[in-house]
Design a protein around this ligand. Structure first.
Ligand code: GLN
Length: 454
């Protein structure tokens, strides 16, 4: 099958399903098909890479030259990017086809895709449920086979939680492995791009493309390139699986706990040994995150002023009024909430009490993992305490929404890699995700662990 035929298939499916699921903000058939024809020419010339000609859905947080790039916000609802993010450049160089830009929570702030200016995305397993967020459009697109794979970004769980809720796989790499250049910033010390797909093998092939040093991101790491597929077939005999006692508590939904326990039992059959570990500071991760992430967001989002690009209020009296009205109209409620919290915790008089305190606790949260990895190779638990919740169920209660990331956030604070893989179904027959946390740069090992289960 040629890339042109393949791309046409996925475009047809996306066009017919998107009115129901709302997974894509932009589908641009002509551009996708032109890329597919170029890929077919690459293949004919013997210059194919493993991803040449493969359609990939791109989260609308990645600047994509000539494409509308909205970040799920009215603020960027008219923004045609003049340049490509590093990740997009890499996929282009590999000959992959951009099959569309996926819906997301506004500026990646959310866990249900309900904060998007473009409306919520539906969970393909049950259209009354959320797909998770913020990469909910990407998760939905892959789960509903509108795209074979997609990109996401993860600041506090936004790849792993929607992957779990939609029954697919996703990995957040070690902080610094994937360049943030051209990835619209939310909380720069936490943001990391990564792949979402059906299998660990697909994730590995995508990571081979997405990772690598980029001088335009000051936190990009200079490391020897790795082949992330190299360990997939290794046996798991002797693998030490750490089970944090703080993860298996009564707050988890009983059906989720049952599915996760069954997955871990499967690993024991594959030769893994479980050890109890402790992450005593983990309970602090949600409050620490909701000081640090809004602080960084309030600073990052100050660039959206209606002057050079993006939304500008149609009527205003002077420059200050133009800023005020453009931001008031351009940002949604959740984004404003974060800007206010962030501005507050960074203000003189509160900075020491909140921001500095949260930075110190961040260190302790990371230290817990360093200690735990002295006793185990990999940590496992649930990705999310519940299965997908109903649309509207938590949208008016930000604290309940924030708690749905209790398991994923600590990983971002520590800069560690982590993934979610499908682990059966919980209540209402909705998917459950198994969370696999690795030590720094353990991506190849984690993908091995995932692949052996799948
Ligand atoms: N749900 C979390 C938040 O709202 C994490 C989002 C993300 O990882 N981008 O901030």
């Amino acid at each position: 099958i040629s890339s042109t035929e393949l791309t046409r298939e996925f475009l047809e499916r996306s066009k017919s399903l998107n009115p129901d699921y709302n997974a894509f903000i932009t589908i641009d058939e002509e551009t996708s098909l032109a890329q597919a024809r170029a890929a077919d020419a690459m293949i004919a010339a013997g210059q194919a890479h493993p991803l040449t000609g493969i359609p990939i859905a791109q989260k609308d947080i990645f600047c994509t030259k000539g494409w509308l790039t909205t970040c799920g916000s009215r603020m960027l609802s008219n923004f045609i990017s003049p340049y490509d993010a590093h990740v997009i450049e890499r996929f282009n160089a590999a000959g992959a086809v951009n099959i569309g830009k996926t819906n997301m929570d506004e500026f990646a702030m959310g866990s249900s895709n309900e904060t998007s200016f473009y409306g919520p995305v539906k969970n393909p397993w049950d259209s009354t449920a959320v797909p998770g967020g913020s990469s909910g459009g990407s998760a939905c697109a892959v789960a509903a086979r509108m795209a074979p794979a997609a990109t996401g970004t993860d600041t506090g769980g936004s790849i792993r939680q929607p992957a779990a809720l939609c029954g697919i796989s996703g990995i957040k790499p070690t902080y610094g492995l994937v360049s943030r250049y051209g990835m619209i910033a939310f909380a720069s010390s936490l943001d990391q791009g990564g792949p979402m797909a059906k299998s660990a093998e697909d994730l590995a092939l995508m990571l081979n493309v997405m990772t690598g040093f980029d001088a335009r991101d000051s936190t990009s790491l200079q490391r020897e390139p790795e082949d992330y597929t190299r360990n997939l077939e290794k046996p798991l005999e002797g693998l030490r699986v750490g089970l944090p006692k703080e993860y298996f508590v009564k707050e988890i939904n009983a059906d989720v706990a049952r599915a996760v326990d069954a997955a871990i039992a499967e690993y024991s059959k594959l030769g893994a040994k479980t050890v109890e570990v402790s992450l005593p500071s983990t309970k602090l991760s949600v409050p620490v995150y909701y000081v640090l992430a809004p602080a960084e967001a309030s600073s990052n989002l100050s660039r959206f002023d209606g002057v050079r690009y993006g939304y500008r209020a149609p009527e205003y009296v002077d420059l200050n009024d133009m800023y005020r009205k453009s931001r008031a109209q351009g940002f949604g409620a959740e984004v404003k909430r974060r800007i206010l919290i962030g501005t507050y915790v960074l203000s003189h008089g509160y900075y020491d009490a909140y921001y500095i305190q949260a930075q110190k606790l961040r260190r302790l949260i990371a230290q817990d993992f360093i200690e735990a990895f002295k006793q185990c190779d990999i940590i496992m638990g649930p990705t999310s305490p519940t299965v997908a919740f109903n649309l509207g169920e938590k949208s008016s209660d930000p604290v309940q929404m924030y708690l749905s990331d209790a398991y994923t956030i600590a990983v971002n604070l520590a800069g560690l890699p982590a993934m979610s893989i499908p682990a059966g179904f919980g209540n209402q027959n909705r998917p459950v995700g198994l969370h696999i946390i690795g030590n720094y740069f353990a991506e190849a090992q984690m993908l091995n662990v995932a692949h052996q289960y799948q």
